[in-house]
Design a protein around this ligand. Structure first.
Ligand code: NAP
Length: 259
């Protein structure tokens, strides 16, 4: 890519230490984007930063620390002078199990990480995104729409995040805000589901999750990360307010053609 680095787009991405987020960072950097990357795992972030070919700002912090994330947005603007996209990708599964049993402290934490942190970051980044006519990508899930037993906290927080994106799309016409549902992806989160949740889930759901690796039902994090990167840099304005499905073959082909 021959463009002057100062003209390269700038993307702030959360949950960059592993899984879909780390792969999105690799795909964005491969397309010349400069990156501000957030996650708690400092070593993993540093290793990723050293590997990437473009300028990177690292923030090893918890997304629920709203003062720290607001400061990080300011540092990003100071370092790069602009912001073209915010990708709220960090999330937790939250407590799994029957809703009658899951503990409220776990629910509060899931609301903090999956809903309030993306809300706070979006608010901190909005004026810069209005200026750049940029994008907010809220990483959602099919479980925001399709209920799953034993996943009350995850389903409810992601449904709220999805609806928040739709509201923002109406309120902020200069910013393209959309949700991305990556599909079922081979990351630590799916391992956690197989380990902690699936053995207790009612059938057919438990078996479905446990059988995914054997059935070849898991998408690669590289493929999901590439689609996410493509959306952050290229999602058309008319998609604002929509949920983009990472399992949609047409969407995947468009992302692959861009890579
Ligand atoms: N995998 C799937 O099948 C699937 C399906 C649908 C939707 N999704 C969504 O895709 C996104 C990425 O999922 P994934 O599968 O890649 O998950 P993952 O492998 O578990 O990675 C989660 C990322 O979020 C970060 N994170 C979690 N809590 C954080 C906190 N409090 N502060 C800062 N960072 C935090 C983690 O970093 P640290 O631990 O270093 O902080 C990590 O980088 C999530 O929004 C998830 O809901 C995944």
């Amino acid at each position: 890519m021959n463009r002057d680095p100062q003209d390269s787009p700038v993307v702030l991405l959360t949950g960059a230490s592993r899984g879909i987020g780390a792969e999105a960072a690799r795909a964005l950097a491969a397309r010349g984007a400069r990156l501000a990357l957030l996650a708690r795992s400092e070593e993993a972030l540093k290793a990723l930063g050293e590997e990437l070919p473009t300028e990177v700002l690292l923030g090893a912090l918890d997304v629920t620390d709203q003062e720290a994330t607001a400061r990080f947005v300011q540092e990003t603007l100071k370092r790069f002078g602009r912001l073209d996209a915010l990708v709220n990708n960090a999330a937790v599964l939250g407590p799994t199990g029957p809703t009658s049993e899951t503990d409220l402290a776990g629910w509060r934490r899931a609301v903090e990480v999956n809903l309030l942190a993306p809300l706070a970051l979006t608010r901190s980044a909005l004026s810069a995104l209005r200026e750049s006519r940029g994008r907010v990508i809220q990483v959602s899930t099919g479980a925001a729409v399709q209920p799953l037993p034993h996943f009350g906290a995850y389903c409810a927080t992601k449904a709220a995040l999805t609806q928040l994106a739709r509201v923002l799309a109406l309120e902020e016409p200069s910013v393209t805000t959309l949700c991305f549902s990556p599909g079922v992806v081979d990351t630590g989160m799916q391992e956690q589901i197989r380990r902690e949740a699936a053995p207790r889930m009612p059938e057919p759901w438990g078996r479905y999750f446990l059988d995914l690796p054997r059935q070849g039902g898991l998408q690669s994090p590289q493929s999901a990360g590439l689609t996410l990167a493509w959306l952050a840099l290229e999602a058309p304005r008319e998609w604002s307010g929509q949920m983009v499905d990472g399992d949609d073959e047409k969407i995947r082909r468009q992302a692959q053609a861009w890579a």
